[in-house]
Design a binder for this molecule. Structure first.
Ligand code: HEC
Length: 131
């Protein structure tokens, strides 16, 4: 009887420990995924501006500011690539494409569209190798 109680207790403690390790693992991924999700949101918003044929400079600039800030957070969010020059080059490429689009934002959808495609291309280039 005693050994049965110990066995049940052992299973319960093991399950709790596994759950905690699981949630720590989840939190560890939350930051890089969050950074990526915010970029996705603002790139999507810029895409929607183009689809709706409404590309006011002030609004585009806001989304581009967010993109630039989040792009700057990529190295800190994925520190495992801190010494990977190839990865850092993809970050710089993205930052460069955003900077070109920011200075200043075109204010016309026809001109914004190829810029947004270039930014999206910089996302995809890194994903093709690292995601
Ligand atoms: C320098 C490399 C790099 C660049 C540039 C990059 N990403 Fe990512 N992205 C990654 C990596 C690595 C992952 C996988 C992260 C993970 O699962 O922990 C990822 C994952 C994602 C995800 C999935 C997140 C999830 O919840 O699983 C989205 C969405 C995303 N990126 C969007 C973007 C967008 C939008 C851009 C450009 C504005 C971009 N990324 C630029 C490396 C990059």
């Amino acid at each position: 009887m005693r050994s049965l109680i110990l066995l049940v207790l052992g299973i319960a403690i093991g399950a709790i420990a596994a759950f905690q390790v699981g949630s720590v693992w989840h939190q560890r991924d939350a930051y890089p995924r969050g950074v990526m999700a915010v970029m996705q949101h603002h790139l999507g918003a810029l895409h929607q501006e183009i689809v709706g044929n409404q590309c006011p400079i002030v609004q585009s600039a806001l989304h581009l500011d967010w993109l630039q800030r989040m792009a700057g957070a990529i190295p800190g969010a994925l520190p495992q690539y801190g010494h990977d020059e190839h990865f850092q080059n993809f970050v710089h490429r993205l930052q460069g494409e955003i900077r070109t689009t920011q200075s200043p934002p075109p204010g016309e959808c026809a001109a914004l569209e190829p810029r947004i495609r270039a930014i999206g291309g910089a996302c995809e280039a890194c994903h093709a190798e690292y995601r």
